[in-house]
Design a binder for this molecule. Structure first.
Ligand code: 4NP
Length: 170
């Protein structure tokens, strides 16, 4: 099981998009994972994603409207193996917050998309709809890179169960 936290500033545009996109693609890839998102800021705690982010995501088949914003906390560094920042400003804030004992991975999300044209996911909040499509392009590429990375770097169950597990009827 790999546990991943996506972090931006408000947790209403980029990181909930990353959570929704990554979750759907990771499920399709059969990855054993847990994904969540949070913001370094506190302005939007409890809010739903920005409607522009939700509709841009929905246009590509990702449902994120049910997510609610929360602020990142020091406890997140115990709960997650990967803490991935959308930009350098949020990465710096996370580096300041991280306990020295954190042994997980704290990096820019786009490090997992080495061929992408940018190193940071641009903040789309004050821009137009094009910004949200660009955010999705970058996040889809980095999600696939992260899934491939997780599949090679997480230890597989050495003795998989010989039979597929079935859900018991109730
Ligand atoms: P996010 O976008 O960090 O991608 O969620 C933003 C949302 C809100 C604000 C800034 C960025 N804001 O300043 O309120």
């Amino acid at each position: 099981m790999v546990r991943i936290l996506f972090v931006c500033l408000g947790n209403i545009c980029r990181s909930p998009t990353a959570e929704g996109v990554f979750a759907r693609r990771a499920e399709a890839a059969g990855l054993d994972f847990e994904a969540d998102s949070a913001g370094t800021g506190d302005w939007h705690i409890g809010k739903a994603p920005d409607p522009r982010a939700a509709s841009a995501a929905k246009a590509r088949g990702y449902e994120i409207a049910h997510l609610r914003a929360r602020q990142v906390s020091r406890d997140d560094f115990s709960a997650f193996d990967y803490v991935l920042a959308m930009d350098r400003m949020n990465l710096a804030e996370l580096q300041r917050l991280a306990p020295t004992r954190f042994k997980g991975t704290l990096r820019l999300f786009l490090d997992f998309a080495p061929d992408a044209p940018l190193r940071e996911v641009p903040d789309p909040y004050y821009g137009g709809d094009d910004g949200f499509a660009e955010v999705l392009d970058l996040i889809e590429a980095a999600s696939d890179g992260l899934i491939a990375h997780a599949q090679t770097h997480t230890r597989k169950n050495p003795r998989p169960s010989p039979l597929p597990l079935r859900r018991t009827r109730s």
